[in-house]
Design a protein around this ligand. Structure first.
Ligand code: SAM
Length: 257
């Protein structure tokens, strides 16, 4: 083991041991279906940034769909995700069996990690994978020219801490992509609060969602990025496919002066 970096496993995991978050086209396997098919609109997902020759940290890589795309654009890529002994932030609903849920989530994450390595081998990728937690991104991964947070912040109990952790290693550009679509009641809450504040998603009555915490309006994320020194920001909206249905997302590209 080389600090936070991980070597590809030998042998490569079998297809049966994998779960794909991203739909990927892989030599020797054809198209493997995932939850999100970002392929038609990946440049918009990343805010139309030019990555050629840049060193890029992709936070929360899942099956690696974004990391492998960045590599194709000519970037040197570090794909970062949770290490096996860690788990995502699970909403601790009273009465839920949290130990069982943590165990199930860890197993699911392991299948996604397998999918990353299978794709990595099939694509003969040079992307380097590193593991830990986004709250304490290891110093050894930096400095990088750009860091991407694709659909990660909504799953974190403390999204500002995560951005702070990445900002200290990022020389120039921080890219945040999040869901833009809100359900009616969430829109209503936002209007009621009359602020650009976050919307808290977990609801005690329904016991859902268990793995998402926030709707983060773009105005709020821009303010956070400003605080961290990324003062020149532009926001764009785009559509991506989730299980075949279009979903609206936004991307903020924020630069240091
Ligand atoms: C919804 S996926 C996003 C995949 C990819 N970034 C994209 O844009 O398509 C969220 C990823 O964040 C990772 N993640 C969640 N909590 C994390 C943490 N505390 N530290 C590092 N990664 C985390 C999950 O394991 C998962 O791979």
């Amino acid at each position: 083991m080389d600090g936070p970096f991980r070597e590809p496993p030998q042998p490569v995991p079998s297809l049966a041991a994998c779960y794909f978050y991203h739909t990927l086209e892989l030599p020797g396997h054809g198209i493997v279906e995932g939850e999100w098919d970002l392929r038609p609109n990946l440049d918009a997902y990343l805010g139309g940034v030019e990555f050629q020759g840049q060193r890029v940290l992709e936070v929360g890589t899942a099956s690696g769909g974004v990391a492998f795309h960045l590599e194709r654009q000519g970037a040197e890529v570090i794909a970062f995700d949770l290490s096996p002994e860690r788990c995502t932030d699970i909403v601790p609903f009273h009465g839920d069996d949290l130990a069982a849920r943590t165990e199930r989530t860890r197993k699911h994450l392991e299948r996604i990690r397998n999918g990353f390595w299978l794709a990595h081998a099939a694509l003969e990728s040079r992307v380097r994978r590193a593991e830990g937690t986004v709250y304490e991104i290891p110093e050894a991964l930096g400095p990088v020219d750009a860091t991407t947070f694709g659909s990660v912040l909504l799953h974190l109990r403390d999204p500002f801490l995560a951005l702070t952790s990445a900002a200290r290693l990022t020389r120039r550009t921080l890219i945040v992509t999040e869901l833009l679509q809100l359900r009616t009641w969430q829109r209503w809450l936002l209007k009621l609060s009359g602020t650009h504040g976050p919307v808290w998603l977990p609801d005690a009555q329904s016991g859902e969602p268990k793995h998402s915490w926030w709707y983060l309006p773009p105005e709020l994320v821009r303010r956070w990025l400003n605080i961290l020194g990324f003062t020149r920001a532009r926001t764009t909206a785009h559509t991506q496919l989730f299980r075949g249905s279009p979903n609206q997302l936004y991307t903020i590209v924020a630069e240091r002066k």
